[in-house]
Design a protein around this ligand. Structure first.
Ligand code: TNX
Length: 515
């Protein structure tokens, strides 16, 4: 039994618009923030966005796109050092502690200056600036203002390098535009990885050169028998480019050697009995396997991994490996060892669900911890082979799990996850003793029960914003009681952006966030 926090009138304002404390709006919380109440800045009608040229230019354009609709200001992006009244973006931070994704953001009464070492840090910095403004900045048409940026000195960089979201396109397919919308939303919270689950029993979602039936047959359905769909090479490339423009790396996953019903239905040669079965569109897992050792399966593996490697600029190729209950243990270990080697030979780093720790893994592979019921044994086995870990414990990060038993969407095999369950955990201690091997976190959004953008949003938000802070902000700076009002302050922005979210009664949403 959890109690709803009391919400005095002053804290309702604190969660929303009239909040003088700039930390009251920021998710994820920066590592260092010094309020300077005497130094607030008002973005004026003649403000410019001054950039140092080169790669800062594009971030300047991003910032202008972000601020123009609601302010109604011209906000020209100009290449010059900033003068009074400007927002200045620079890439001369020269500060090793900021790393590739950190930034400094200083507000004085004459302007705002954001500096970083790399464009990714500058991009993170403009996300923070957006949150420092009134949520009215999210409106799509001109609003009254004034556009006050509270006085503050921020120096900020992430706890973990890998802060991911996963989207299951296999159980239900979603068009490019839906994925791009999710990318827009993730970028606001400094998420930097999008893992796409592109195949499963119920559907195959990516065209593979030389294997046309994967899409002409394998893509045609979905959980419950819906119509399915797939990405052409150019669709997939469009997603990768869109993500890149938001400093998000795509990690493609083809799940093997189980979860392959759609592939088995497409090619008889992948089956031990040489017969292609009909696609089973129920939610059942663990009933399919590639016929390990068959030459056609080797060719399939090489072709699929090769295609993913060609189309994916990021470092990781995810080869699945979960719940292969219909593959013998020895076939499983043989196949996943081979799959990891093919990824490596294609110049990429193999990533897999933690189950693949029973195979021989190249040093530096990435194991994705999910099954909180096994006490971390597979994660330890992976680390013993020199792998690193991405933490997706299903009882904290699975965005498809119901919030409460009354949530109409979602599953609940890992329990129900109210907002506090998504926040109150530490990736470093989730599996004791492995803190040094954790490179980050990921929130998987499985889609057995989800069929629209609205469904995806409802299950992802607010939990994905919570996970963003778990991945970014040092553990000692995180606690639910100070986080809840900051989370609440996202509500009005989500409402203006048309993001459907679960208005948990455990969060003190301001009045303009709900209804
Ligand atoms: C487990 S966790 C799965 C998925 C399901 C999900 C539903 C994991 C690696 N596999 O196949 O979609 O649960 O919550």
């Amino acid at each position: 039994m959890v109690s709803v926090p009391a919400m005095p009138a002053s804290s309702a304002a604190g969660a929303g618009e009239g909040n003088a404390d700039p930390t009251g709006r920021l998710v994820p919380l920066p590592i260092s923030l010094v309020p300077e109440p005497a130094s607030s800045f008002v973005i004026g009608a003649h403000a410019a966005i001054a950039v140092s040229g080169g790669s800062a230019q594009q971030i300047g354009v991003d910032l202008a796109d972000m601020l123009r609709p609601a302010t109604g200001f011209a906000l020209p992006v100009v290449t010059r050092s900033g003068s009074a009244g400007d927002i200045t973006l620079g890439l001369a931070a020269n500060d090793p502690t900021l790393g590739a994704e950190g930034y400094t953001l200083v507000v004085s009464h004459t302007g705002v200056r954001i500096e970083a070492n790399q464009p990714a840090g500058l991009f993170d910095g403009i996300q923070t600036l957006r949150q420092l403004l009134s949520s009215q900045i999210q409106a799509s048409s001109a609003q009254a203002g004034p556009w006050v940026v509270p006085g503050v000195r921020i120096s900020d960089y992430p706890r973990y390098a890998y802060r991911g979201a996963m989207l299951d396109l296999a159980r239900h397919f979603f068009p490019v535009a839906t994925v791009e919308k999710y990318i827009d939303e993730l970028a606001m919270y400094k998420i930097n990885v999008l893992h796409l689950h592109l195949s499963d029993d119920q559907g195959w979602r990516l065209a593979v050169d030389g294997w046309p039936a994967l899409t002409t047959v394998g893509s045609k359905t979905a959980v419950g028998g819906g119509s399915g769909g797939f990405y052409t090479t150019s669709d997939y490339t469009a997603i990768v480019k869109y993500a890149q423009a938001h400093f998000i790396a795509v990690v493609p996953e083809i799940d093997m050697p189980g979860h392959v019903g759609a592939a088995l239905s497409s090619y008889a040669s992948l089956n031990c009995d040489g017969v292609a079965p009909p696609i089973n569109t129920t939610e059942t897992v663990g009933h399919t396997s590639l016929c390990v050792g068959k030459p056609a399966v080797d060719q399939f593996l090489t072709a699929v991994v090769g295609e993913l490697a060609r189309l994916t600029p990021g470092p990781y190729i995810h080869i699945g490996g979960d719940e292969a209950a219909s593959t013998s243990a020895s076939d499983y270990a043989f196949f996943m060892t081979q799959a990891a080697q093919v990824v490596k030979a294609d110049g990429k780093t193999p990533m897999g669900w933690e189950d693949f720790a029973t195979a021989a893994l190249p040093t530096g592979s990435i194991a994705q911890y999910w099954d909180f019921r096994n006490g971390g044994a597979l994660a330890r086995q992976a680390v013993a082979q020199g792998a690193q870990l991405v933490m997706s414990p299903a009882d904290h990060t699975y965005l498809d799990q119901k919030y409460t038993p009354a949530t109409s969407l979602g599953l609940q095999w890992a329990g129900t996850h109210e907002v506090q369950d998504a926040y109150n955990w530490d990736p470093a201690t989730e599996v004791p003793g492995l803190a040094a091997d954790v490179i980050g976190v990921e929130g998987p959004l499985w889609t057995e029960t989800l069929t629209s953008l609205k469904d995806l949003q409802y299950m992802a938000w607010p939990r994905m914003a919570e996970l963003a802070e778990v991945g970014w902000t040092p553990q000692v700076q995180r606690n639910w009681s100070t986080f809840a009002p900051r989370l609440a302050a996202q509500g009005p922005a989500w409402k203006l952006l048309g993001i459907n979210y679960y208005a948990s009664p455990l969060v003190p949403w301001p009045e303009n966030a709900v209804g």
